[in-house]
Design a protein around this ligand. Structure first.
Ligand SMILES: [Zn+2]
Length: 350
């Protein structure tokens, strides 16, 4: 499948450098220290009298320095007039507040992405709250692991973002935003984040896909304590249809990896990948099984601590998708820990 994707650019931007990937669309990169990801791609859109920034990077001294250099070098004396964030994750919205403050520019985002970012920024504590810990207790985390989570605090989001602006300009699905005289249509997707905005410009044949569609990694889809019974994977798979109608030769500008052609093949792959993982997981649930014991089915290698944290969220997303489809049911074992088992109907059909 991967060979059906084509990468039209033979190099990536150096720090504080931009590459024009379409008329008036500049690609830049900021470093990232999340597991498995070295960078995030951000976009500067020529907006006539000013510039629109799409996504911002995490809030670190180094990234603010890099932004300073980019803004000095590339704006040509014109101001930043708007900051658009695809979603609330810290690598995307982390410096929105800083950039908006600096330019007195508004933050444009969907309502749920702005709310979630603003909420997590404000809802921080030195010690992790009980509802957060209960989530992990129900999943079978041992007391020492829960204690580590408690003392680890409830402020990871706040630590990696500048204050999320108190106001936003709401962006809605199917809205067409005019940027530099061209229309960019908002296409909302779900599952990776609550109301993730992608931007599609038909005139340029360009899709800014954020984290909704990535070429070399599958977007993270996880269940977290704020909504422990969520079913984000089904929402994500449903959302793939929102991008199906776009032209096959669309240039996709993802937040990670490199710009590519081959959107239909990538959507097919993402669907197949999750179908296979769902089938493998269901097949492994002949007996009641805790979520931690499903990790070896879904991930073929041992996970580092942060990966394992994300991995548990991903495993739950797959389990909840199977529960939603009536293929798996959830119960409690003698220790009050959730266990998951294939339903009789699924077993009969197998
Ligand atoms: Zn994200």
């Amino acid at each position: 499948m991967a060979d059906q994707l084509r990468y039209p650019f033979d190099r990536v931007p150096e720090p504080a450098e931009t590459i024009e990937v379409a008329p008036g669309v500049l690609w830049l990169r900021m470093p990232l220290e999340l597991t498995g990801l070295s960078h995030i791609n951000l976009w500067l859109l020529d907006d006539g009298d000013g510039w629109t920034i799409v996504d911002t990077g995490m809030n670190t001294d180094g990234i603010r320095d890099l932004w300073g250099k980019v803004l000095d070098r590339y704006l040509g004396g014109r101001p930043v007039t708007r900051v658009i964030c695809t979603h609330f994750h810290p690598d995307h919205m982390g410096l929105a507040g800083w950039l908006c403050d600096r330019w007195r520019a508004p933050l444009w985002a969907t309502r749920r992405e702005w709310l979630f970012g603003r909420m997590l920024y404000l809802d921080a504590a030195e010690v992790a709250p009980e509802f957060f810990l209960d989530h992990f207790r129900r999943l079978g985390f041992k007391p020492d692991a829960v204690e580590k989570l408690r003392t680890g605090g409830y402020n990871h989001y706040r630590q990696s973002v500048w204050e999320i602006p108190g106001a936003h300009r709401r962006v809605v699905d199917a809205e067409v935003i005019e940027i530099g005289g061209r229309g960019w249509r908002v296409i909302v997707g779900h599952g990776h984040a609550p109301e993730h905005a992608c931007l599609y410009c038909g005139e340029l044949g360009v899709l800014i896909s954020g984290d909704q569609v990535l070429p070399k990694i599958t977007p993270h889809i996880g269940v977290y304590p704020s909504e422990p019974d969520a079913n984000p994977l089904e929402e994500y798979l449903d959302s793939l249809a929102h991008y199906r109608h776009l032209p096959a030769d669309t240039l996709v500008l993802p937040a990670h990896n490199e710009p590519f052609h081959g959107l239909p093949a990538r959507l097919d792959y993402l669907q197949t990948h999750h179908d296979e993982r769902l089938a493998a997981l269901e097949a492994a649930l002949g007996e009641p099984t805790r979520v931690l014991s499903t990790l070896k089915v879904l991930f073929r290698r041992r996970l580092k601590p942060f990966e394992a944290f994300l991995g548990v969220g991903e495993a739950l997303a797959h389990l909840h998708c199977l529960i939603g489809r009536g293929r798996v049911e959830r119960g409690l074992d003698a220790d009050g820990v959730y266990v998951y088992r294939r339903t009789q109907a699924a077993a009969d059909a197998a």
